[in-house]
Design a protein around this ligand. Sequence first.
Ligand code: PEP
Ligand code: MN
Length: 370
Amino acid sequence: MILILSPNIDSNSHEYRRLMEHISKMPNIQTRLHKEIGTQQQLIEIYLVGDTSQLLLEDMQHLPGVERVVKISEEYRILGRHKNDSRPTFFHYNGLRFGQDSLHVFAGLCAVDNPQHVEQMMKALQENGLVCTRMGAYKPRTNPYSFQGHGKQCLPYVFELAGKYGIKVVAMEVTHERHIDEIKAALELTGNPTGIMLQIGTRNTQNFELLKKVGQQQDFPILLKRGFGITLEESLNATEYLASEGNRKVIFALRGMKTNMGDPHRNFVDFAHVPVIKRLTRMPVCIDPSHSVGTRDADPNGILDIMHVIAQGVIAGANMILVDFHPAPKEALVDGPQAMTLDELPYFLEDIRIARQAYEDRLALIRSKD
Ligand code: PEP
Ligand code: MN
């Protein structure tokens, strides 16, 4: 059960103290406090955990300082969508709004290789009106002899170039808590020219100690990729790890599941789950067509499978697209064969616009029914 207190309630007030005193007397109930500090107001939420089955909603609603009560099931307490749950399905970061109703495109390099390619990429994004990108500096590789990413050494030029070309958010995977400090240090060194979205890769979805550390920081939002060989429930619990440590600015990414049933795609595309994630949780949903499909194969008309699955995800309401591009895919150090090229960018965006329009038309249609 969540008690949502009146906005801006003072934790030194008589009302607040009476409430806490009352709660402390409830048998077998533990509390967990969450403060949401917004630009306009501060919200305090008190999570009651333990034996809450005896608590009556009406009683709780009348406690001092309580504005609303949400009865939650055990599943996905913080990020889940519960009955009569009017908590937000969006967050703001660096001037952008990420929600279950918006759509952002994060096109960029799977792995940063050199400053020239980073600059070509950023320039093309700006020319096409995009303000987000992906840039891999820390690469989790299956083979220990494969290129592992340039790590912290490339961060200053990546951030400076992002700032130069008006990029507001760079999605960047971290595989160790140390990387968060390295990113912070490089941002400071370069004068905070851009924002960062920390990415948890599919292989780290159950690295609980990493999840806790990433969840404890509030500077950056988090993109968590679905684990490719675990259940959806297990992956959604991974996002709860982040939220229970304090960070609720979380986006859930579908990136395909590992199974030979998905052949000839690299993974079995799971974008049919876009509406499922929206139903179960309040998180925006990202799709990653590059790591799902993994090839540049096309249909007989020339439409890439990557473009088809993007359209499928967007028409079902996806809120973010994370996609590999490269100015010279043959020279890419990671995932060149699945990368799209810069001259495809205008076409790619137009195809997405068509799919998004279709989604909006579908929304208007269902709404016109009532
Ligand atoms: C990536 O996005 O660069 C990546 C490695 O993805 P995943 O964790 O989904 O394999
Ligand atoms: Mn990749």
